[in-house]
Design a protein around this ligand. Sequence first.
Ligand code: AVI
Length: 302
Amino acid sequence: MLDDVLEGLAGRQKTLPSRLLYDARGSDLFEDITALPEYYPTRTETAILTAAAPDLSRRIGEGAVLVEYGAGASVKTRILLDALEALAGYVPIDVSEDMLAKTKPLLQQDYPELPIHPVVGNFLVPPPLPDIDPRARRVGFFPGSTIGNLDDADIETFLAGAAEELGPDGLLVLGVDLKKSPDILIPAYDDAQGVTADFNRNLLVRINRELGADFDLDAFRHEARWNEADSRMEMHLVSLADQSVTIGGKRFDFAAGETIHTENSRKFDLDELDAVLAAGAWSREATYTDPGQLFSVLLLGR
Ligand code: AVI
């Protein structure tokens, strides 16, 4: 973590890795974000999945194994667990062993017959799957448009890794946030209650705590920007003054107005996404969306 932070802050545009947003406090704040009135993705995707569930179930067929990449608390998963018939197993993959350990008994209570095999690991490098029926069809689940937080190289790595792991008759259910007006996007990433601002600034709290840095939290403000050229929302932390910060014995100078770029959240055009999917050996078999075309759920095959 120290190396990543030092490297990110050494560049001309200072950056910090967005995965560092998700310590315990950051994960709680993200949960709060998903319930905000301005943050349309979670409720929209939930509605799309609920409406699409019968069709997904028909296309997927009986007896599949569901593999979720970055499962967290497996909230949206329940829509699929309710709809898919005679599932042969559920494999939640997450970096947080704690989260997996907390979620498993809750799921098992509600799905007593379902074999649940949690796997601790980074979904970018899909870890080997546990011993499950090799004949069962494997269906990946990657909701939330988390794919939009990855750069091009990581998207390709993920899609190719999932293709290999899920096999030739594998399927992937992918949540994808769609390109739309900045009038909707900016408030979704800069809400009136300031929860997203706290989520962003928590990165500095974490670096102070875990790396002994001395960021002055009141000297940085949250900013959400729409980058039209790269079709993405960006989160930045803007330095409110000329200041310096020390981390791991190294000093970093900030000019007033200079930013640390902390996250990208890409918004996709489905026609453009098709080329990316094809490079990762996937193609769209079904597309589900909401009446406002805010978000989409794709069923991908090989
Ligand atoms: C997890 N990820 C899909 C969220 C997003 O919308 O890109 C993270 C987030 N960042 C700010 N608000 C939400």
